[in-house]
Design a binder for this molecule. Structure first.
Ligand code: ATP
Ligand code: MG
Length: 190
């Protein structure tokens, strides 16, 4: 019963903005992972070092399975730990990517602490969300969308295409190579 599209990616790449618009225009039921985790009490506390919530994964997976088995509905599930969605429901996982330089500016603008900015930017450079998605859902299910330089309507169009199976296969985006070519990689290796 594959009735769900997962939108994942590093915090700040634009998942929530895209997912809300798709839900509104295309009749998906929207599940925001951070919201549902809060609602069902699957936030198992705070990691004081990282300023991030710890997720009770078992509880959240159980709740997702309960909701996603609704007959006849189609879902968009968005969040930076999209790999938590039980794979039997997942028709497509779209990983939104963003140039680490732009991501860094966005996260600074959000007022994130330096350590949290660095952690997220490094996760983007190391393809963390992509790797997690491929590990759980398999290569054939996952596509990347590079949001770099796209305005919102263009990003939305690219995500729609990826949902329908036209997009970048895993491994297409390579920030390490790009940053190195452009001579700025050292700025990210602090
Ligand atoms: N294509 C775009 N161009 C410019 N800014 C964008 C674009 N898409 C989203 N943004 C902006 O980037 C910021 C982050 O977007 P959003 O909150 O959707 O990210 P997110 O991936 O859901 O992050 P988080 O995982 O922390 O919830 C917002 O201020 C949003 O307006
Ligand atoms: Mg969000």
């Amino acid at each position: 019963m594959k009735n769900s599209i997962v939108i994942t990616g590093t915090p700040g790449v634009g998942k929530t903005t895209v997912a809300r618009e798709l839900a509104k225009t295309e009749g998906y039921r929207l599940i925001e992972l951070n919201t549902i985790a809060k609602e069902v009490g699957a936030l198992a506390g705070q990691d004081p070092d990282r300023g991030a919530s710890i997720i009770d994964e078992t509880k959240l997976k159980r709740e997702l399975a309960r909701v996603l088995k609704s007959e006849g509905a189609k879902f968009i599930v968005e969040g930076h730990y999209g790999e938590i969605v039980p794979p039997r429901f997942v028709e497509r996982a779209v990983v939104i990517r963003l140039d680490p330089r732009i991501l860094r500016m966005r996260l600074i603008e959000r007022g994130y602490a330096q350590s949290k900015v660095d952690e997220n930017v490094q996760a983007e450079i190391l393809d963390s969300c992509l790797v997690n998605a491929v590990e759980v859902f398999g290569e054939g299910i996952v596509l990347e969308v590079d949001a770099t330089g796209l305005d919102f309507p263009q990003l939305l169009m690219s995500v729609r295409e990826a949902i329908s199976g036209r997009g970048l296969p895993p491994g297409s985006v390579n920030w390490l190579t790009r940053l190195q070519k452009e001579g700025v990689l050292h700025e990210f290796l602090r």
